[in-house]
Write a protein that binds this ligand. Structure first.
Ligand SMILES: [Zn+2]
Length: 170
């Protein structure tokens, strides 16, 4: 496994449409493992393939609920009309956050790491993460959906993050 370089806002690859994955090769599996490692290293809860320069319909999510989601060729559909409005950030927009409105509940259909189809409902933060990562696969950054100003992440907000884990020695 290896850390991948995270592309940042301004990189045109982040605004491109991703292509579906036809089959999961050993290389794809390695990419998925690298994406998890890169996401955890950056203290993120989701990471999409275009963020590491790969224009394929794939993202990974782990919001800390004990589940690791691998979503290949996903569709994310809002359930009902209920919405949530809250702070959002992105590993491709470092040091920034902004208020975005998303569906409160979504239905996700995707393929897993073995190319087996599966589906599930997500709510709250998980629904937000699914919607955010799915946008990446269609070249959409959350910055285009921010209500009001994009803000700098403050120390106050950073206290919510978990810095307890010790850094691995190189
Ligand atoms: Zn993002």
């Amino acid at each position: 496994m290896a850390l991948r370089t995270i592309r940042v806002i301004g990189d045109p690859i982040l605004e491109k449409e991703c292509k579906p994955i036809k089959a999961v090769s050993d290389r794809t599996k390695e990419l998925i493992m690298d994406m998890f490692e890169t996401m955890y290293d950056a203290n993120g809860v989701g990471l999409a393939a275009p963020q590491v320069g790969i224009l394929r319909q794939l993202f990974v999510v782990d919001i800390g609920d004990g589940k690791r989601y691998v979503c290949i060729n996903p569709t994310v559909t809002a359930i009902g009309e209920e919405e949530q409005t809250g702070e959002e950030g992105c590993l491709s927009v470092p040091g920034k956050e902004g208020v975005v409105t998303r569906p409160m509940k979504v239905h996700v259909k995707a393929y897993d790491i073995n190319m087996e189809p599966y589906e599930f409902d997500a709510e709250g933060l998980l629904a937000r993460a699914m919607a955010h990562e799915n946008d990446h696969l269609h070249g959409v950054l959350y910055t285009t959906k921010v209500e009001g100003e994009l803000e700098d992440v403050t120390y106050e907000n950073l206290e919510e993050y978990d810095f307890d884990e010790e850094e691995e020695e190189a």
